[in-house]
Write a protein that binds this ligand. Structure first.
Ligand SMILES: [Zn+2]
Length: 903
């Protein structure tokens, strides 16, 4: 029991400590009084920002005079704002020693923000404030009116959230994650990126990868729980545990795996055995005089794709039957054009010059190492010539034997059903029967028999280029290619794809590329890239544990998801589906209201567009079957991993399993599965699949900082809501409009509406062409508007749709309380919507990363995903009171209206 005396002592103690606390949000009364920084004249060093609101009587102005002002010039700042909030225009920024200086507001209110560096000792400031009347002093940029939601100084409406609220902890989290990035010293109207992201830690990866790290920790912790190793646990879960443990052991002792380059050498031997081809680049005394037979070429290309998992001159994959996804042949095999060692854009003139030395040196180093491991010494001149021949073939494939991406945005031209026998007549350079025999090696059940039938029908996606390809690897070809060059090229591609298993390349952390299970080609909200384990923000797990969890995420996506869901959702996901589903439905309505108002879309097209919204499949969190032990076990029935298998054996079995899963779709006969996630539920990403007319929000992204069921609506709609709007808009971009509500190829936009859409797209292309993130010594140094148009249009449409949904939500449910933080409680929820949106894209990118992004990414660099969209969105100007002429209030005709009326 506490005695009264003790209670008194505690109370006194709390008074003493409160002297050191920051008087945040203090409303200084009307009239005159004194004001000082916390703890003055002692140092104030608790690191928190202090905010003061001062008001004068109506019709008067505030004047403040500092009798003593002694701060550290480098690091302590006092900002004075001309109005009732820190989002009002800045009067001045004061720092250093300035005694006796005065400042005045232009109206009734003034706000002060004091930020001090905890590492230096200075007293701060002390002074007086008073009301003055008379002519208004001239100020810098000013706004008219009172910011919405703020009725007076220090009295924000609605009130700050109460600590008794069940949502309080989520609000604290929302405030923390915004505090981590916001820099209120920047000017939101001219550089919102710096405002939203200026304090984003340099060591932090973009929010997607931050969340990935957090999710991997959750998954790993669950995988390591003993219950999943028990004999009664479902077999696929035990197999995942075995794989995880074996992987961790291997990652911690990789030497024996790469020793002698055995894996690479065995891969070469197997390929040579089945094709009978030599490798003159490695065995310089060998040669290849004649062009390999059509049978050998078919065997070689089929083996590389179907057994070794490396696509070369042709790239086969399974997708829905675009012309008839609901019929009795719902899935189809597509044979696409070549795949190269680098992304195709790297090989373009002007760009290639920046990569070729690295490319050439890498091939030389790889071959020299491989020769050493097999006891050979290579003649350097012959090797150099062989390397240049590989470069020559890659360049010809990229520049002459590939169709450009813009042309390829039209899907109908790539849907060319052909039987094996007619392909043989049209493209006789290769024996297609031999090709399919090898390609179907790992296909399950009845599929190999189907693929090996001469009447098997598939699509040759690039008919003209496939013809030209055949003419390029035979006598009298236009490039002067020789048989020797051709076989060296195929052999080297196999070496390259296994080079992560060469001893000296271990430090590059390459691993054999696993054949990933999703069918078709998924377009993500960001380009998924393997994360460097060093970048994982985690102290509790080893980098091997993190990396191996990542491997389960990639190649055992649905068991990984089971662990994740077991850990996240004790209610089996009922709540998250309901809450996130509600948000997503709101966004569909928001987007529909945008379509409604479009003047350039005719009524028939609008009906088709609504139809796509109505029949859209929404995949939220995870597919149901993973929680059903029997169904999960059935899905993985052909996964043959044993507890005693080596790491490499397990990798190979996973590769075979995932190939079999993909080819297995070809055996289905009763319509496409439109609820197919077609991606890992544990990843932090989202996607729209036009062939299924589905949007997917995996459990991985239904997490902070994007979403929390108890975040304020502004933060959720600015985060996940904008992502959802982005994905939905893809259904209506230049590619999306080629597909109908069930994912069938069908043009439903009438020609005049098509023109309206094209005007919109052209505006966006030109606008983004003007963004140049890199200096002129890079080629390219600007965003390519045409390459990124689909994603830019989705970003713009997405934020509009989410904003509408957010406004509707507030109208229905009333305003949320403010965030419990001295600075963040200053922001209106409209402002928080945009800050949450900006926070999603905060990142520190090196010039090399930016350059890579400009070359290969269909998305604009993160900073311009923020710039471009808010420049086109007048609601931003209103939320931040941007004066006209500032960057984000460019005025009519100087921005693009994307999916909305002129504004
Ligand atoms: Zn996208």
């Amino acid at each position: 029991m506490w005695s009264p005396l003790t209670l008194l002592a505690l109370a006194l103690l709390s008074i003493v400590t409160s002297v050191r606390a920051c008087p945040n949000g203090a409303g200084y009364p009307v009239g005159a009084g004194s004001i000082q920084s916390p703890n003055y004249p002692q140092n104030y060093d608790n690191g928190a920002n202090c905010v003061y609101h001062i008001s004068a009587s109506q019709g008067s102005r505030v004047m403040i005079t500092f009798t003593a002002f002694d701060t550290e010039a480098c690091c302590d700042y006092l900002f004075l704002y001309d109005g009732p909030a820190i989002t009002s225009p800045v009067i001045t920024k004061v720092s250093g020693v300035k005694n006796g200086v005065s400042f005045q507001s232009s109206g009734q209110y003034m706000t002060l923000l004091f930020t001090s560096d905890p590492t230096v000792n200075r007293p701060g400031f002390s002074g007086q404030y008073s009301s003055v009347t008379g002519p208004t002093p001239s100020m810098g940029p000013s706004t008219t009116g009172t910011p919405s939601g703020t009725s007076g100084p220090g009295i924000p409406t609605p009130p700050t959230i109460s600590s008794n609220s069940p949502d309080y902890n989520a609000y604290v989290l929302a405030a923390q994650q915004l505090t981590q990035s916001i820099n209120v010293k920047a000017d939101p109207c001219n550089d919102f990126w710096s405002y939203a992201c200026g304090n984003y830690p340099a060591s932090s990866p973009i929010s997607f990868y931050q969340a990935d790290s957090n999710n991997l920790v959750i998954q790993a912790t669950q995988i390591m729980k003993p219950q999943y190793s028990q004999p009664q646990a479902p077999l696929p879960l035990r197999q995942t545990v075995w794989y995880f443990n074996t992987c961790v052991a291997a990652q911690n002792n990789f030497g024996p795996i790469t020793q002698g380059g055995t894996i690479v050498i065995q891969a070469l031997q197997a390929f040579q055995q089945i094709t009978g081809l030599p490798f003159p680049m490695l065995n310089q005394n060998q040669n290849q005089q004649n062009w390999p037979s059509a049978n050998t070429i078919g065997t070689a290309l089929g083996y590389l794709s179907g057994v070794a998992g490396v696509d070369t001159l042709l790239s086969p994959y399974v997708d829905t039957n675009w012309a008839d996804p609901r019929g009795s042949t719902p899935y189809f095999l597509y044979v696409d054009q070549n795949s190269l060692m680098y992304p195709k854009t790297y090989y373009q003139p002007g760009t290639w010059e920046q990569f070729q030395d690295g490319f050439i040196n890498n091939i030389k180093a790889t071959m020299t190492q491989l020769a050493g491991l097999t006891g050979k010494t290579l003649d350097p001149t012959t090797l150099a010539n062989d390397v240049m021949d590989i470069v020559k073939i890659e360049l010809a494939l990229a520049r002459n034997l590939s169709t450009d991406d813009t042309t390829r945005r039209q899907f109908q031209r790539s849907y060319n059903p052909t039987s094996v026998s007619s392909a043989q007549a049209s493209y006789p350079f290769m024996d297609w029967t031999a090709y399919f025999r090898q390609l179907s090696t790992n296909a399950p059940g009845s599929v190999p028999a189907m693929m090996n039938n001469p009447s098997f029908t598939f699509s040759v996606m690039e008919t003209t280029k496939t013809l030209q390809l055949g003419n390029s690897f035979q006598m009298g070809n236009p490039y002067g290619f020789t048989p020797r060059q051709f076989v060296n090229y195929l052999m080297y591609r196999l070496v390259d794809s296994n080079s992560g298993f060469l001893p000296s390349f271990r430090d590059r952390r390459l691993q054999k590329k696993l054949y990933s299970p999703p069918m078709g080609k998924t377009r993500y909200i960001i380009l998924p890239e393997p994360i460097d384990p060093e970048k994982f923000e985690n102290k509790d797990l080893t980098s091997a544990q993190m990396e191996c969890t990542q491997e389960t995420l990639n190649s055992l996506s649905y068991t990984n998801a089971r662990f994740f869901v077991d850990a996240l959702y004790p209610d089996k996901g009922v709540n998250i589906r309901q809450a996130a589903g509600g948000l997503i439905s709101g966004i569909l309505s928001g987007f529909q209201s945008m379509l409604d108002q479009l003047p350039w879309m005719d009524d028939a097209s609008k009906l088709s567009a609504y139809g796509k919204i109505t029949s859209l499949v929404k995949n939220i969190a995870f597919p149901d079957f993973i929680l059903d032990d029997a169904q999960l076990t059935a899905y993985y029935a052909n996964l043959n991993i044993q507890q005693t298998d080596s790491y490499v054996t397990m990798l190979n079995k996973l590769s075979v399993f995932n190939m079999a899963t993909q080819f297995g779709y070809l055996a289905r006969t009763s319509g496409s599965d439109r609820t197919d996630f077609n991606g890992a539920p544990g990843i932090v990403n989202a996607w729209y699949q036009p062939e299924l007319n589905s949007i997917t929000f995996p459990a991985g992204i239904l997490q902070p900082p994007f979403y929390h069921p108890q975040f304020p609506a502004s933060v959720n709609f600015g985060g996940l809501g904008v992502v959802a709007g982005h994905e939905l808009t893809h259904g209506y971009d230049d590619q999306g409009v080629q597909w109908d509500g069930v994912g069938k190829l069908s043009h439903w936009l009438d020609p005049s509406s098509q023109q309206g859409f094209q005007r919109l797209a052209n505006c966006v292309i030109n606008e983004y062409n003007g963004f140049c993130p890199l200096p002129g010594n890079y080629t390219p140094n600007c965003i390519k508007g045409s390459q990124t148009q689909g994603e830019n249009i989705a970003d713009n449409g997405g934020i509009h749709a989410s904003w509408r949904a957010y406004k509707t939500h507030v109208a229905l449910n009333g305003p949320d309380p403010r965030l419990p933080d001295p600075v963040l409680s200053q922001f209106t929820h409209d402002q928080l919507f945009f800050l949450s949106f900006g926070r999603v894209w905060c990142a520190n990118e090196s010039p090399a990363q930016l350059f890579r992004q400009l070359l290969v990414d269909p998305h604009s660099p993160y900073k311009y995903r923020v710039f471009g969209t808010i420049q086109n969105f007048p609601a931003f100007q209103s939320a931040f009171h941007c004066p006209s002429g500032s960057n984000y209030a460019p005025g009519a005709g100087k921005h693009c209206n994307v999916w909305v009326l002129d504004n």
